[in-house]
Design a protein around this ligand. Sequence first.
Ligand code: NAD
Length: 258
Amino acid sequence: MLKGKTALVTGSTSGIGLAIARSLAAEGCDLILNGFGDAAEIEALVAEIARTCGVAVVYDGADMSKADQIEALFANAAPKGVDILVNNAGIQHVDKIEDFPVAQWDRIIAINLSSAFHTSRLALPGMKARGWGRILNIASAHGLVASAEKSAYVAAKHGIVGLTKVAALETAESGVTCNAICPGWVRTPLVERQIEAKAKEGGIDIEEASRDLLAEKQPTLRFTTPEQLGGVAVFLCSPAADNITGISLPVDGAWTAR
Ligand code: NAD
């Protein structure tokens, strides 16, 4: 379905971004992977996806907190632009506002929000010129509701939901759509660290901590899998979703239903 298209998935060396990249590649989409990690493992990943899916895969390690590196990524890895842009790179830090390290606030806003502005401003001219494009912003249930001690993350995710709506309005007649996906808990390294902190704090084991984490927020008591989010991303890139734009789609086991 996506043969001949190229997708940039930021933060695709792990977790949700990697699963979305794999799902797009399985539909024939060429990939630009991005994110941090061990160079040899990333090289092996690039080769494995290219081989198993029969698509072209390149890697660019641009730091999404740096506008100049994002510009260099577009100049080097995507001189003709991209057809699908998945703004997924993201980090978390948990602390009360008065204890929140200023450098962490700046970093989270830069990676989780400003990077999507930079990639969008660089991708949109090509998408508009070709009359087709998809921007998928990986927001969060925290783009719709808040939790204590996650000020920067919640502010950035509410911000990206707003950016999604503006991009949808500015591209409404162009064949480009822009939507946000708002996952609840997905068991990736980002959440594993929060489960470990909960276990340590409560003096409980990892499985009990993960059950508590779900029980607090996610009524289905089940994690969404990265692969399920890959399926949602493919749907939003399909012809069935041509007129879906500007939405923030919760995939959150009813987290935001109450
Ligand atoms: P993860 O930690 O598994 O992956 C994060 C990816 O981002 C990695 O590839 C990492 O290398 C990359 N990254 C981090 N900083 C970067 C930077 N400065 N420049 C480039 N790449 C960078 O996390 P995940 O859970 O897969 O999260 C992916 C996205 O999904 C994030 O935006 C996160 O906020 C969002 N999300 C996650 C959950 C969840 O429960 N896991 C829920 C809602 C939303």
